[in-house]
Design a protein around this ligand. Structure first.
Ligand code: FPP
Length: 268
């Protein structure tokens, strides 16, 4: 890997592949399904938790690469609603790693102006990590750099069901009436101000969306990388962006015509 994951004060060389990126056409929002920690560990005769531990290096690399690429939004799928079915020891270890990640990266997140967010059923999370997340969200509320969103206890179907629930309650309470439009629906998602992802990256070579941002990825470009998450580095991120830049986005229109900007609620 070129570059490093040192602290914010350490100046690192820009990755040479960054020169290949068309700065006029970088995605505004990238979502990542981080997959393959378990297989990475198994291939080395290690327990699964060691794979998650090594996955932290992938997270740091992704955040730094996104900042080098000057993305506005990066959303990482860190823990799904389905992940609660994993053994309690693995769930515990994942939240310990999350806490450790926040402790280690706290200064860098503040120094580099990251606005930190969480989407998902946050009330489900263990108290300690939840308090740390809430503190970090509050501390970075007015930051003007990249928005880093972690999806935690997140499910795309759950998010859609939660939005429906709110709309039904508001209707019954007489606070709204009439047919629900796409734009109104989108305002009830967990983070309605986030634009839809332009690019969705998944590691581990699996061709699945695994209940991630189901509403928001309607027109996202998908890039599947054949590496396991702990091996993810800046070059893989740049490779995915270069692949994205070779695509023509038509949004259901015809070549050279439809140009839909991925802004909150656009074309919804
Ligand atoms: C998928 O690999 C990965 C996860 C369910 C968790 C992702 C967590 C991390 C990268 C570490 C902690 C996160 C943060 C944000 C600090 P898997 O276990 O499903 O792998 P497998 O499919 O090979 O079994």
């Amino acid at each position: 890997m070129t570059g490093n994951s040192g602290d914010a004060g350490t100046k690192k060389e820009p990755h040479p592949m960054l020169r290949l990126v068309d700065r006029q056409r970088t995605p505004e929002h990238v979502g990542i399904i981080m997959d393959g920690n378990g297989r990475w560990a198994k291939a080395r005769g290690l327990v699964r938790i060691e794979g998650h531990k090594a996955g932290i290096d992938g997270v740091k690399a992704a955040v730094e690469a996104a900042q080098d690429l000057k993305l506005k939004y990066l959303t990482l799928y860190a823990f799904s609603v389905e992940n609660w079915k994993r053994p309690a020891s693995e769930v515990r270890a994942l939240f310990q790693l999350l806490s450790r990640y926040i402790d280690q990266e706290h200064k860098r997140i503040l120094d580099t102006g990251i606005r930190f967010r969480v989407i998902g059923r946050i009330a489900d999370l263990p108290k300690g990590p939840r308090a740390k997340l809430e503190k970090l969200i509050e501390e970075t509320r007015d930051a003007e750099g990249m928005t880093l969103t972690l999806a935690l206890s997140y499910g795309g179907r759950t998010e859609i069901a939660d939005a429906c629930d709110t709309i039904v309650r508001r209707t019954l309470a007489g606070e709204r009436e009439g047919p629900v439009t796409e734009a109104e629906f989108a305002r009830h998602l967990y983070a309605p101000d986030l634009p839809d992802p332009d690019l969705l990256i998944r590691t581990s070579g699996e061709y699945r969306v695994s209940n991630f941002l189901l509403w928001q990825i309607a027109y996202s470009e998908l890039v599947i990388l054949d590496i396991l998450w702990p091996d993810f580095r800046e070059e893989h991120f740049i490779e995915a962006v270069l692949d994205f830049q070779r695509r023509e986005r038509r949004y259901g229109g015809v070549s050279g015509a439809a140009k839909r900007k991925a802004t909150p609620g656009a074309a919804r």
